[in-house]
Design a protein around this ligand. Sequence first.
Ligand SMILES: Cc1ncc(COP(=O)(O)O)c(C=O)c1O
Length: 399
Amino acid sequence: MNDLLSKFDPLIQERETLLATGVKDPFSLVMEEVKSPTVAICNGKETILLGTYNYMGMTFDDDVQQAGLTALKDFGSGTTGSRVLNGTYSPHRDCEEALKEFYGMDHAMVFSTGYQANLGIISTLAGKGDYVILDIDSHASIYDGCAMGNAEIVAFRHNDVEALEKRLKRLPAEAGKLVVLEGVYSMLGDVAPLKEMIRVCKENGAMTLVDEAHSMGFIGENGRGVCEDQGVIDDVDFVIGTFSKSVGTVGGFCVSNHPKFEIMRLVCRPYVFTASLPPSVMATASTSIRKLMHSGNKRAHLWENSKKLHKGLRDLGFELGTPEAQSAIIAVIMPDLERGAMMWQALLAEGLYVNLARPPATPANMTLLRCSLCAEHTAEQVDQILDMFAAAGKAVGAI
Ligand SMILES: Cc1ncc(COP(=O)(O)O)c(C=O)c1O
């Protein structure tokens, strides 16, 4: 018998070598108690959370929690069915209404996760013979959507408008083309030049999809994302997002003004062939989305936190993923996986949780300590975080 798992031997070996150095497994952390959007108990120790993507801190919002509890009582714990059969309850419809209000768009479709939203929308739009033109650093769900639809993938250099234009010009004029971009790229926390890119797409007859997973709720005057901030929200064909970051629960969505969009509900397999989200989740999502429309003060505080952490880390001597704070993600570049894991563990020992990210998820083979700030982090917590980075960085020789 050919052991089908043996192809993972190099990864198993790498993991064992790393654990043999005494480093704890950074991918098996358990939060024993969660006290707030910014504090949890991990390994018995009170820990500041700086790696949760809970950008707007909505997980403990009183109205959000109450809406979930009420819907749990009123509608039960789950739908046990697909959206197109028995799985559409009034909270699902209400959540789609909330999304339409939030984005000012005609159509909204909710999926069980953001991963499934990309998988479903991209694979349904772009099939065999069509082209998906994407940034090389795109999220796995975007690549998987292309593979599922069997479209030709044409990748271009990260955030490079000229490279995108060159690729588009080489494709057959009559072919179906979908350009997929992200507002904020989650590994380094950098923002895409969407204004120029959308212009180039239009000039070359391509439809556009922007994944705003890491910008919804925070970036743009009304929190609609980088598309809003750069004035192109009315020019993109599809916006994808997730409820697992700023919205503070779970789920994914696509919004669009395309007049034929509703047909997607019947032809999109990751929408049709899976159970819908529990109504309690839908109620928490719609309550959160409506509150995010009026959260200008929280957005301003989150920007302050992000800028303060970026400057503080740079002043300490860490190498960062962007020259200035561009989003709520600040990526600290580590020299290699071993030192990255040591630093991750030293931070945890100090009482700070960040994400350790490694290839293949990261660009250019980088090992990163990714910090994601929350609007609920206080200025004092950001000071504490900087002290912890200073202590851990010195202890492992990273600064
Ligand atoms: C850019 C991007 N798109 C989609 C997703 C998937 O979202 P979800 O967690 O809802 O599946 C993520 C999650 O990390 C993401 O970073």
